[in-house]
Design a protein around this ligand. Sequence first.
Ligand code: PGA
Length: 262
Amino acid sequence: MEIIIKRDALSGSQAAARVIARLVREKPTAVIGLATGSTPLMLYNELIRMHREEGLDFSRVTTFNLDEYVGLPPDHAQSYHRFMWDNLFRHINIVPENANIPDGMAKNIPAFCAVYEQAIVRAGGIDLQVLGIGSDGHVGFNEPTSSFASRTRIKTLTRQTVADNARFFGGDEAKVPHHCITMGIGTIMDARMNLMLAFGENKAEAVAATVEGPVASIMPASILQHHPAAKLFIDEAAASRLKLTDYYRWVYDGKPSWQKDA
Ligand code: PGA
């Protein structure tokens, strides 16, 4: 795993955006996996800026979002459909049909999940997957003890995740759906590159366990230790519990210039 420690969330997000921009310029038909939550907001703002000011072209890009709440219609204020359209898609030139998000209203959820997996394969697989991390170490909504072989499916959120996400529902935990559809850990591991972002003190413990702890399903993000191309963009606060911080900085600062895409 490549650990990239930046001064703050903004510079970490801008560095991550440069990796995505480089991919899109090199491969205009790139397939990108996207995430929701607070973490990727600055990343999406930077991509929007690059689209407007630098002509970054998403017209041939395909996207697949990680997850969606079960039972929330696409126009619900807290649905991930709405999040993506409000915070990214409507500000760039993506073709709506190419922006895929799990359907939280699907009548037959297992059948929908199988179709979602097939659509990823048909699109050629995910070139780059954006990930956040839950304070409990989840990726997508793959909560602790999720199978590392899992594919897109229904999951039940932990109480911790319900509590963490209540802030989006006016602080009312009772309004947070308990079920979601999420890409599996196997799906995420199939992406050619994983790009995880984590900012703030409340992610520090999960980040340390992910990078320096054992690979274990109790800390789902730790599976990224087995991914051949995983980059972790963190700020100083999220890095605060890591042991080998000096080494990560030394590696990053000493990279040859041709490798420095971030
Ligand atoms: P957050 O969520 O970005 O809102 O902290 C991250 C996650 O749950 O994966």
